[in-house]
Design a protein around this ligand. Structure first.
Ligand code: ATP
Length: 290
């Protein structure tokens, strides 16, 4: 196999709770992760020489060892002493530095692709174990679908699939540093903690309205006061008929869940015409696991 084409899907968080700060600086979380049908396109080609080349369509995404796709290829090349290399063409559609795990998903796809292309025979679980060395969200991006993520995000339990609906994704033109968000989080603020157990019950029942009504992201308590545009986008989605809308991960991307396709399309047009969001996509829930 000389060439392989892959899709690296984005995620949203239906629920994101932060439980505590660990001694090593990491945070213990309880999150409900969901894959959506928005993806980066990746083409991998074998190279004769043992090197890694990365090309992307965005000037602000690194093409060197700082790219998580590069790190994923390197990890398996080193471990298995591979004598041929890989060229990775990365067409980015997932908003960058946006709380949608774009880089982690690219890394997950490359681990999967290397395993196929070089016949490494690693199981999904073995790939996930290696993925966490690149980032806490990488194991989830290997698994995909609906999952509860605990620990630092790497302890995964598969959940019943989220009922399908339209997902409107909008990224405002601001940059939010994940480090800043976690450093300014007030864990003692009880009102900011979402009820993850009710969300889990909604998923068990396959009840979209119950899931939407109980979405919650603790990190909004830090980002919204600093970037009111996040709540402006959320409010616009709610006015347009979203069942609910919320920031994903550490932001600044906001997503809205819609039962009604026509309403979702109209909301998408109106956000694109306005100036709150720079990147706006209308997509769906994606539930196929790897
Ligand atoms: P998360 O939801 O896991 O916090 P994120 O959406 O905040 O992820 P990414 O889009 O993964 O963040 O990218 C964050 C930074 O990582 C970017 O600013 C970029 O410089 C770097 N990066 C490394 N590899 C990639 C990649 N393959 N795609 C996008 N950014 C990458």
């Amino acid at each position: 196999m000389m060439e392989i084409k892959l899709k690296a899907f984005a995620k949203i968080n239906l629920g994101l709770d932060v439980l505590r700060r660990r001694e090593d600086g990491y945070h213990e979380v309880r999150m409900i992760m969901q894959t959506i049908s928005l993806y980066d396109k990746i083409v991998m080609q074998k190279l004769k020489q043992p090197e890694i080349q990365v090309k992307t369509n965005l000037f602000y995404v690194p093409e060197n060892e700082n790219n998580l796709a590069y790190q994923a290829a390197k990890l398996l090349m080193d471990e298995f002493g591979l004598e041929s290399g890989v060229y990775i063409d990365l067409q980015k559609y997932i908003p960058v530095a946006a709380g949608m795990a774009g880089g982690s998903s690219d890394a997950a796809a490359v681990l999967y692709g290397m395993n196929q292309m070089f016949h490494l025979n690693l199981s999904k679980r073995e790939l996930m174990k290696r993925g966490v060395k690149i980032g806490a969200d990488v194991p989830y991006c290997i698994m995909r679908g609906t999952a509860l993520a605990e620990g630092i995000g790497e302890k995964l339990s598969p959940l019943p699939p989220m009922p399908n609906c339209k997902v409107l994704v909008a990224k405002p033109p601001v940059s939010v540093s994940t480090k800043f968000v976690y450093e300014n989080l007030k864990l003692e603020d009880t009102a900011a903690h979402p009820d993850i157990d009710i969300l889990l019950a909604g998923l068990q029942e396959g009840n979209l309205r119950k899931i939407a009504a109980n979405m919650g992201n603790m990190l909004e308590s830090v980002t919204i006061p600093h970037y009111p545009v996040i709540s402006e986008i959320r409010d616009e989605m709610l006015r347009s008929g979203a069942l609910n809308a919320m920031m994903s991960g550490s932001g600044p991307t906001v997503f809205g869940l819609f039962e009604d396709e026509k309403q979702a399309e109209e909301a998408c047009v109106s956000l694109r015409e306005g100036d709150l969001a720079k990147q706006v996509y209308l997509t769906d829930i994606y539930n196929n696991r790897r």
